[in-house]
Design a protein around this ligand. Structure first.
Ligand SMILES: [Zn+2]
Length: 163
């Protein structure tokens, strides 16, 4: 197992925590000097907060932990390619290295739709490593949505029986 795979496993654990409470299963950790200083999972539904993405929460928590908005010498691990907001937060926090698992063809801003993390017109660029444990990261998401669809079908047929 590589170091990146090792830390991605912790992000996957976070993603599972999100899935267990009905959130889209996405998880993130921030590593500083070989130590996890922040871990978070998606809490958008629970908090009804559009900015409560895993990596966004992890970035805020890491900044608190370090007492600095500059997350120098940090690596962010996230199970899904960062969105436009989280890519923005990565640039703003000067995180030098980002490792993600699955690609997000519908919203990813680290490669799929655009690459905000390596945009030469910004004053900060991050090294990006993609596809780390991608299969596991995306299976968790696929399983979640497939379960959700099944549940909806069951709910609908229950509704039909009642009416
Ligand atoms: Zn995001």
């Amino acid at each position: 197992m590589t170091t990146d795979e090792y830390y991605m496993n912790f992000a996957i654990e976070e993603a599972k925590k999100a899935g267990a409470i009905g959130e889209v299963p996405i998880g993130a950790v921030v590593v500083h000097n070989d130590e996890i200083i922040a871990r978070a999972h998606n809490l958008r539904e629970k908090e009804q907060n559009p900015t409560a993405h895993a990596e966004h929460i992890a970035i805020e928590s890491a900044a608190k932990q370090l007492g600095s908005w500059r997350l120098e010498d940090c690596t962010l691990y996230v199970t899904l390619e960062p969105c436009v907001m989280c890519a923005g937060a990565i640039v703003m926090s000067r995180i030098p290295r980002v490792v993600y698992g699955a690609q997000d063809p519908k919203g990813g801003c680290a490669e799929s739709l655009m690459n905000l993390l390596q945009e030469s017109r910004f004053n900060h660029r991050a090294n990006v490593i993609s596809g780390v444990l991608a299969e596991r990261c995306s299976t968790i998401l696929k399983q979640f949505f497939s379960d959700l669809r099944k549940k909806k079908k069951i709910d609908q047929s229950a509704d039909n029986t009642n009416s």
